[in-house]
Design a protein. Sequence first.
Length: 334
Amino acid sequence: MVTPAEVLRMPGDADFVRFAPSFGTRFILTIDTEEEFDWSKPLDRTSHGLDHVPRLAKFQQFCEGLGVVPIYLVDYPVASDPRAAEVLADAVAHGRAEIGVQLHPWVNPPHHEDVTVHNSFAGNLPPDLERAKFRKLRDTIEHAFGVGPAIYRAGRYGVGANTAGILSECGIAIDTSVRANFDYSSSGGPDFHLHPLRPWWIDKRNGLIEAPLTTVFSGPLKRFGKHIYPLMWRVPRMRGVLAKLGLLERISLTPEGITLDEAKRGIDVAVDLGLPLLVLSFHSPSLSPGHTPYVRNDEDLDLFYDWWRGVFAHLETHGIKPACVRDIIEAAEV
């Protein structure tokens, strides 16, 4: 009997993806392309906006000027907004951008569940409901953009025991829901703190790869980060103290809460680890001031774009080139 594949299963050495030698070390830029909502308030089905959607055009132009193919992981409110297709459909059709799936179950029909923190992680839903929501979103994206998406990220990184099977059924080739070195179990989500950073086969038979978001530990204590960092929740402010002392810091490759200098250190660590693929990310509402804690005004937005310029330049100094979904699929050696 074949055991169903699970995203959360810890991979063994034989599961890691081996890429064609020509692939080298690459990076992808993923955007959680989603509605605006107040992150400090309880979730609900209607209290959100889409005012930032036209700003996607500027960011797409910015990426094209630097030779980067952004991957927009689109959720239901955005996929249902005609402005999103108006802005991105041509770039997607001509390979200058790619579209993927991001499932926020609380705003994604069918609405058969209560809106709770537990149910905000799609992997916690009954499998038939998780499948129905995913299929509705995938079909909406395909209708809006004219392409079948091949990459997925669960909103709030909320994969579960049935997610991999649903993705395989629906032709998804890459999951990028695992946020390595993070643990969301205290609020009912998954625990990724022991998961690796290197891509692995979730289901090799069906061609499903996990490409975890890149978060590394830096500092003299970095080799102990996976074990020390979770324990420091018990000691108030200890994480901040260790970071200020330069002993241990956790660095995600995102402009949201991470400085450019920190990101450069994180890239250096990733290179030292020999990672073949770096996964960068941010939330699309950060493209317009006032929608996230990270971009409150025009000055913050200028710094946001400067962060990307600096990160792309630093990646280039390491010889790390941009990639897209089809590059990963083609380079993965089965």
